[in-house]
Design a protein around this ligand. Structure first.
Ligand code: NDP
Length: 269
């Protein structure tokens, strides 16, 4: 049976096995999907051994997405541009690296009827996740894109990569009004939700890349309290990026909304 896994450290919390097993059951694909805990300094050895033992593909999570981009034999252009790989596929004996985070986010926003085109976008954070979703968001034609980050130099570097399309700011120097605010920081992992002035979230749509089973991430709670018009966590993005990886590996696209409803009862059809 073809073997797949998610590699990370830590990886015990990952929902990816549950998601991919559900996709396999739905599409009739026969595969095995496990968790692969790699030592922080042992990514190359762990994934090398996985493929030597017949593994067919990997999802890559924190903290290895950058290392995975350097490790694969060939990174697809979108992954090479953001320097982060979240999906590895073995094709004709060669490891190929992809990044499906951007398509995952855009598809989830579309599924939730959130428009990107013509809107003023604010991205908070400038790490691997924001770098990975930036191109897909810009391709959806927003009116403007700002990136705000605690370490402003990282926001500036990302803005520079995009040319005139993106402006950079620090978290406390943000000015203006935004229609859609996307939190791409990992601050929620330590319980922090309020990263910018609450006035900025009032009336805006707010999306957190971080997810939790009950959808109540610290950023989602903060945004609701600040008067946001709509809030969502990133569970839908997780499922959509997984579906895009599944399609790369198996050549068929699984239905995502059914699975999302089973992970979170009450999700609209
Ligand atoms: P990185 O470690 O690459 O980047 C972390 C970012 O968070 C940096 O911009 C960092 O700022 C900022 N940050 C961390 N702590 C704080 C804080 N206390 N206050 C302000 N800023 C802070 O992580 P990733 O970009 O890979 O991941 C970010 C988040 O996105 C994670 O929570 C991850 O779970 C989520 N994610 C979700 C996905 C999904 O499918 N739903 C897919 C991918 C990621 P600085 O530069 O100053 O250090």
């Amino acid at each position: 049976m073809d073997r797949y896994a998610v590699v990370g450290n830590p990886v015990s919390h990952s929902l990816s096995p549950e998601i991919h097993r559900a996709f396999a059951a739905k599409t009739g694909e026969r595969l095995r999907y496990d968790k692969l805990l790699a030592p922080v300094d042992g990514f190359a050895d762990s994934v090398g051994e996985f493929f030597e033992r017949g593994g067919r593909g990997l999802n890559v999570t924190l903290p290895f997405k950058g290392e995975a981009c350097r490790w694969v034999a060939e990174a697809q252009p979108a992954a090479a541009r953001c320097g982060a790989v979240n999906t590895i596929a073995l094709e004709d004996g060669k490891t190929l690296g992809f990044n499906t985070d951007g398509i995952g986010l855009v598809r989830d926003l579309e599924a939730q009827q959130v428009r990107i085109s013509g809107r003023r976008l604010l991205l908070i954070g400038a790490g691997g996740a924001v770098s990975g979703v930036l191109d897909a968001l810009i391709d959806a034609n927003p009116a403007s894109v700002h990136i705000a980050n605690r370490t402003i130099a990282k926001a500036e570097a990302l803005a520079e990569r995009q040319g005139a399309a993106v402006a950079a700011a620090s978290l406390d120097s943000l000015d203006g009004r935004f229609d859609l605010i996307i939190n791409g920081t990992s601050a929620g992992l330590t319980g922090e939700g309020g990263l910018i002035a609450p006035e900025l979230a009032a009336g805006a749509q707010c999306y957190d890349l971080l997810y939790s089973r009950d959808a109540q991430t610290p950023f989602c709670r903060w945004a609701k309290d600040a008067g946001a018009a709509w809030v969502s966590d990133g569970l839908g993005m997780l499922v959509e990026q997984a579906a895009a990886a599944f399609a790369i590996w198996r050549g068929c696209a699984p239905s995502t909304r059914d699975l999302l409803r089973s992970l979170r009862p009450g999700t609209p059809a």
